[in-house]
Design a binder for this molecule. Sequence first.
Ligand code: PLP
Ligand code: COI
Length: 354
Amino acid sequence: MTETLDIKITKTAHSRLNETDFNNLPFGKVFSDHMLVADYADGEWKNFEILPYGPIQMSPAISALHYGQAFFEGIKAYKHDDGTVSIFRPDKNAIRFNKSAERLCMPTLPEEVFIQSIAALVDIDRDWVPAKADHAMYIRPFMFATDPYLGVTPSATYKFIVLVSPVGPYFSKPLRVKIETHYTRAAEGGMGYAKAAGNYGASMLPGRKATEEGFDQLIWTDAKEHKYVEEMGAANAMFVLDGTLITAETKDTILDGVTRDTVIALAKDWDIPVEERKVSVEELVEGAKSGKLTDAFGAGTAATIAPVGSFCVDGTEYFLSDPATREFSQKVFTTLNAIKYGTAPDPHGWNYIV
Ligand code: PLP
Ligand code: COI
């Protein structure tokens, strides 16, 4: 255990809590009273500070804006009936945070410092954690390069910031998904496994085209042949085919999702066979036709367990069973919620109590 992180705290003089409508929390639009900010300079992290949420001043020349040295994480905190607040598996995000940092040639943050930073902010704004089913406090840690320099070289200075945002569900209905066979999200040797801001920037045009065609999400396919499914825009793609949970193996094109890992752990607890392997579009089509594809869903922190209602391949749409009747994803959703909201035991020790 490292020593306690030294954080300077300046509380807001005017809390916005009572002005916030907790019955209307569109994802990512409402921010709590405070944020955490830290600086990297002279080879070390310093100036950890919690201060009122608000604009920050920066040079327009910072390299994050020009060359995309920027990445983020997504985590959630939950309120239990007795008022306890827990953060779900922040240790996994701390590890992935550093993988992203290394890929983008940015400084890492000791895992304990990452966890203590978010826990301190959640603690100060704990009254902002919604006490409501399917609601949570979304935690957004991120890092970006701050050298005001237009040369293409890794920055020597960075900012680490954490925001927290009370949220409701990210998706409100079963997803109509397009299997993308033209655009590519990530290629081998690229940075698909990092939560790089640029990965999301590159997904906007294909995403918008899909939305204009009436779809809710894309499932990306491999860059070489567009034959194998990889992941969704904001979640890992998981399927139950012939009684086996299948999902693409994580490699350098796919984000190693915390929710994905959690679903796999639950399936193993329940003795359900799990295969992490290449999943072809063709076998999904065959499975949809034969009825052997009994479940399909996105798994992600914001998305939670988001059922796929139908998927479309090169203009042909395949409809799956009513999500309410799906045994596996319903059980995962219910079990996971019970653990996160503290109404069931937490045998894997996933809840970090604040
Ligand atoms: N894949 C992508 C591209 C994502 O943006 C996300 C969301 O974080 C995930 C997968 C799921 O990861 P996690 O379960 O860690 O949130
Ligand atoms: C998350 O689930 O944390 C994500 O990153 C999805 C997001 C891009 C909204």
